[in-house]
Write a protein that binds this ligand. Structure first.
Ligand code: NAD
Length: 489
């Protein structure tokens, strides 16, 4: 297994205006390996002055002729080069993700790193395809030529969480740069290393100084300083619903644009005609992959009453068979959760579920005596009134219940304040379409799971967020539309 001594760390400084700089204060944030609970490194906590310098650098580049006039084709080539450098550095990036976040390295190689490269490659194509429309204006009957143009919003504060640190940073940065914006990126203070490495790779790829700036620091200090800085035009945030609401209130002061990718409590719905050989393992992995720390995790399992027992039995078998352990072990499927605080939160929720009357049919507690492991856990016979059915736990805990017919399934699916994803399993095409139309969420996966693709817009209904990332919507959300009307008569 890899030891911290053999890991190649990125520059642990702030990236401002193309240069790696020390923070204005000496304050350092400890990085803790979730597999051991031991401190293995530090990063700076950026001050207000550092944040302001990063925003000013992003502004100067945004206003510069070189950036504004950069040929769209060249901007595209630049993003493609970043994709290639991410691919070439995959092993190193996956190692950093493993020690910082706890996730199994081999799974980071399979999911996180390709996701990051893919979005840079996909967005490289959009640089040359952001177009407006010509418009048939009637007006007073004069002859008009009217059209819209799309222009970059400006300087973007990109704030990302700890569960997919590189992939989430890549989604934000690639989309914003494709639209012609410049960025100040703030990774989570818990998992900053791959964002810093991404900064190094972007400089190597020829991204102009100031187009990407990276500040590390606590949310309440560096993050707060960033979102309140008057030089920011848009806040693009992925994280918890509570912080998302706070950012939205703060953004209202000077009408900064916001896009928010927030929490979820996504249902997996298994209809009586589903192919259970597919549905059961997928329902299990939909909540246990990444130790359940996925915003769109299928954290609620809704099963038709006729097949409830057989499905619960099958999902429990998968849960009990998943190898738990250090993420550097290639056999591991369940790594530690990200922090002691997250482990405590999840274990507390398991106790809440028990006290609410749920039956623990798999897992039910911590694993081992060092590091922050939680066993894949299934709470059966939960109900819509239970907190474990309504609240985001963000851990490997599944809340299951049964339904009698499709109307009850829809009702249960929609009864939370969230609306991020849903997984539907049925072999009846009418049932699939009926559920896809009726469920209030940004993405419906039908007879499939985990299809996160740069071409597929992703985001939430209700308190799961505002806006859509990736796809065409994910790049146009970094633009303003301008209407131009010219009288020709
Ligand atoms: P979090 O909201 O605590 O933190 C997210 C980021 O915001 C971090 O970088 C943090 O430092 C920063 N932050 C915190 N307070 C801030 C403030 N006052 N001002 C500015 N920045 C601030 O979330 P987390 O615990 O890092 O991540 C888990 C959450 O993220 C879960 O709720 C999960 O559902 C959500 N998430 C959503 C998506 C999605 O696409 N919808 C994807 C991944 C994670």
């Amino acid at each position: 297994m890899t030891s911290p001594d053999s890991i190649k760390f990125p520059t642990q400084k702030l990236l401002i205006g193309g240069k790696w700089q020390d923070a204005a204060t000496d304050e350092q944030i400890e990085l803790i390996n979730p597999a051991t609970g031991k401190v293995f490194s530090h990063i700076p906590n950026a001050s207000d002055a550092d944040v302001d310098a990063a925003v000013k650098a992003a502004r100067a580049t945004f206003e510069s002729k070189e950036w504004k006039r950069m040929r769209p084709l060249d901007r595209g080539k630049m993003l493609e080069r970043v994709a290639q450098l991410i691919e070439a550095d995959a092993e190193n990036l996956a190692t950093l993700e493993c020690i910082d976040n706890g996730k199994p390295k081999h799974l980071a190689m399979m999911v996180d790193i390709p996701a990051a490269a893919d979005v840079f490659r996909y967005m490289s194509g959009w640089c040359t395809k952001l177009t407006g429309k010509t418009l048939p204006v009637s007006g007073d009957g004069s002859h008009y030529h009217a059209y819209t143009i799309r222009q970059p919003i400006g300087v973007i504060a990109s704030i990302v969480p700890w569960n997919y640190p590189l992939a989430m940073a890549a989604w934000k940065v690639a989309s914003a740069l494709a639209a012609g914006c410049t960025v100040v990126l703030k990774p989570s203070e818990v998992t900053p290393l791959t964002a810093l490495r991404l900064g190094e790779l972007m400089i190597e790829a020829g991204v102009p100084a100031g187009a990407i700036n990276i500040i590390t620091g606590y949310g309440q200090t560096a993050g707060e300083s960033l979102i309140t800085n008057a030089g920011i035009d848009k806040i693009a945030f992925t994280g918890s619903t509570a912080v998302g609401k706070h950012l939205m209130r703060s953004a209202a002061n000077d009408m900064k644009r916001v896009s928010l990718e927030l929490g979820g409590k996504s249902p997996t719905i298994i209809m009586p005609d589903a192919d259970l050989e597919q549905a059961i393992p997928n329902a299990a992995m939909s909540i246990f992959f990444n130790s359940g720390q996925i915003c769109f995790a299928g954290s609620r399992l809704l099963v038709h009453k006729d097949i409830y027992d057989v499905v619960i039995e099958g999902v429990s078998q998968v849960a009990n068979a998943l190898p738990i352990g250090d993420g550097f072990n290639p056999e591991t499927m369940i790594g530690p959760v990200v922090s002691a605080a997250q482990q405590k939160r999840i274990l507390d929720y398991i106790e809440i579920g028990k006290s609410e009357g749920a039956d623990v049919v798999a897992g039910g507690g911590a694993h081992g005596d060092q590091g922050y492991y939680v066993k894949p856990t299934i709470l059966s016979n939960t109900s819509r009134d239970h907190r474990v059915f309504q609240e985001e736990i963000f851990g490997p805990v599944l809340a299951a219940t049964s339904f009698s017919d499709i109307d009850e399934a829809i009702d249960l699916a929609n009864c939370t304040r969230f609306g991020l994803g849903a997984n539907v399993w049925s072999s009846n095409v009418s049932t699939c379409h009926t559920l896809a139309e009726a469920i209030e969420s940004g993405t419906i996966w039908t007879n499939c799971n985990f299809v996160i693709d740069p071409a597929l817009p992703f985001g939430g209904f209700k308190e799961s967020g505002i806006g859509r990332e990736v796809g065409e919507e994910g790049v146009t959300m970094y633009t303003e539309s301008k209407s131009v009307c010219i009288k020709l008569d």
